[in-house]
Write a protein that binds this ligand. Structure first.
Ligand code: ATP
Length: 414
């Protein structure tokens, strides 16, 4: 593709234009011919393509490509065509190219060996058939070879050695072998996530083996990072709360966090955004159960503040003065207050809303410079005086800069 065409690709990708996805597939197809290897569309996109009423490339949220060789070379060439920076994960023989709201994942076809339950597998190059066998569920274990017929006319010859198409028809989530949930317990979360998203049921043996793996605590062997990622992905789903309720019912929450989410959780969480749901969820878990998770400082701060929020709401109920509300709420992170605003009622909620929409942005004209001009020695008293003026202003006792000056003189006994 020459420069002009590349530019077109980048501009149009933002709108996920059908022909652009088609062009990316075409580039990969031609690179596969050049390197004399086979390229396949695999995983989620194949599932979504087969489930779509209308067969076109618009349905692809991402592209998931498996290559029988040269994934690094082809990945690099595609990235340079797309003028994007590729990220390689050599340990897993994969690479990713991220464009504004679209992602292309490219991987070497591979098989996996799990040295122990719940740890990341060792991977080895393998055939496409072996690659499909290492996957999570039959509906995610199909491939479409990139051919001219597919790229031009969406005519797909589906590689489906494990019966994914039948399970799509029967609306079933089915694992590929009995040890699947033991090898990788994140599949417990994934199974419930896909079942809920697609309106599918767990196939009977799959459901039994899942309960068995939960009962035997394999989940607790997962790294915190992996559990957190799964919960984050769940909170992004439209049916997030249904999935969390199911995790609770199946005792996943209890195994991991030794607790039960209260009924209220589901009611309140329904008012929150995806990110807020996740942080609110963690506020029900004791620190010690996720202390090894690599969580952002800000996330932990909001969790801790939410955990202590009943004390805050008790105090808020009792106070009326605007300045008191201001100084009580000021130390809190805005994300905490935005959550509390949505999950509290009556006067408490009103006070939080008032703080967020008006009080927090109240400014005074008096500054440290003003105090210097009054010959006050710089020190902790500055903070005290400025806060007194701010409190007076919040409470409506002074309005203009002149009022502030008068009050300052009064404060200083001048
Ligand atoms: P989504 O629509 O949520 O993106 P997806 O199927 O594309 O769904 P990914 O998490 O992007 O999901 O994974 C891509 C593919 O990799 C899956 O379809 C599946 O074949 C395989 N896969 C992902 N995670 C696992 C896992 N834990 N065990 C086995 N195979 C997995």
């Amino acid at each position: 593709m020459h420069a002009k065409k590349t530019k077109k690709v980048l501009v149009l990708l933002g709108e996920k234009n059908i022909s652009i996805v088609q062009e990316i597939l075409d580039v990969i197809y031609k690179l596969a011919l050049k390197y004399n290897i086979k390229a396949y569309l695999v995983g989620g996109p194949v599932r979504d393509f087969l489930m779509a009423q209308e067969k076109n490339f618009k349905i692809f949220k991402d592209l998931d490509i498996a290559l029988t060789g040269y994934y690094q070379e082809i990945g690099n060439e595609l990235a340079s065509v797309l003028k994007a920076r590729p990220i390689f994960y050599p340990r897993f023989m994969t690479m990713t190219i991220s464009l504004s709201d679209f992602r292309v994942d490219i991987a070497q076809t591979r098989k996996e060996i799990y040295p122990q339950p719940a740890v990341l597998p060792q991977v080895f190059p393998a055939t496409i058939e072996e690659d499909l066998k290492r996957r999570d569920f039959t509906i995610n274990a199909m491939a479409i070879p990139l051919t001219e017929e597919f790229i031009k006319n969406t005519e797909a010859q589906v590689l489906d050695p494990l019966g994914g198409q039948t399970d799509i028809k029967d609306k079933l989530i089915r694992i590929l072998h009995p040890k699947s949930f033991i090898d990788d317990p994140t599949r417990i979360f994934r199974a419930l996530r896909f079942a809920s998203r697609l309106g599918f049921k767990l196939e009977e043996t799959t459901a039994q083996l899942m309960q068995d793996a939960i009962h035997k605590s394999y989940l607790t062997l997962l790294s915190g990072e992996r559990v957190f990622y799964e919960l984050e992905m769940i909170c992004k789903e439209k049916n997030a709360l249904k999935i969390l309720a199911e995790l609770q019912e199946r005792k996943v929450i209890k195994k991991l966090y030794k607790t039960q989410l209260p009924q209220d959780f589901f009611l309140y969480a329904s008012k929150l955004s995806n990110d807020e749901k996740l942080v609110y969820l963690f506020s029900f878990f004791a620190d010690k159960h996720y202390k090894h998770y690599p969580l952002k400082k800000e996330f932990i701060l909001v969790v801790r503040e939410l955990q202590k929020s009943s004390e805050l709401t008790r105090k808020l109920k009792k106070i009326k003065r605007r300045s008191t509300i201001y100084f009580l709420l000021k130390p809190y992170h805005l994300n905490t207050l935005n959550i509390l605003k949505k999950i509290t009622h009556g006067s408490v909620r009103k006070k939080i809303v008032n703080y967020l929409t008006k009080l927090k942005d109240t400014k005074i004209h008096t500054t440290g410079q003003t105090l210097k001009r009054y010959n006050i020695a710089p020190g902790p008293s500055y903070h005290k005086i400025l806060n007194k003026i701010l409190a007076y202003k919040l409470d409506g006792k002074i309005k203009t800069p002149k009022d502030e000056e008068r009050y300052l003189n009064k404060l200083l006994g001048r």
